[in-house]
Design a protein. Sequence first.
Length: 213
Amino acid sequence: MFLLQPTQFCFVFCSLNSKPNRVFVIQNILEKEKARWEREKTQLKQSIEDNKERMLKLESYWIEAQTLCHTVNEHLKEAQSQYQALEKKYNKAKKLIKDFQQREMEFAQREDAEKKRLEEAEKAHLAEIQSLQVRIATLESELMQLMKQNGIQVNNNNNSAESRVQLTERLSALQCPRRSVAGGGESQKHTYTHLNTLTHWLINYQNDHPSSV
């Protein structure tokens, strides 16, 4: 709506009171109004064009933003998929490391147990050897006493392998008279029985332990 200033209103009112100038004033006002409307129309058109350009730019920006969001979303999905794959590989590697550590621990435990078993077996073997050596010494002492009691000459070098073989042969020869003493005394029978037992034991020991003799 067109509004006149107070001075303009007074001027128009005075002009209208003058009949000759009334038509001229109205025409002048209408022309000014028309010119103002034309300017406003032009400004509105320009504003509409500018707004259209802005809308086109905004639409272009919006499409570009949507494309960018779609691209970012795709990258995000790809990154999430890679993360899940890496997480699976990490969990698998973690499980493999845990299994390897468990196996390594079990292997160390078995190795320690085997080492202890070997040490115990070695100790038992050593104790058995010592026990056998003591038994051999005892049996040799008993053999010497029995041989002296039966009149067999004892060689001072009886600790050698050769003397032991000779001793075994002599003791084996004593097994033959055992048959001829069937009617002898109980003491003589016991002596030859003991000699026979010791002889067999010594022969078996020499066969089983050739390196010990």
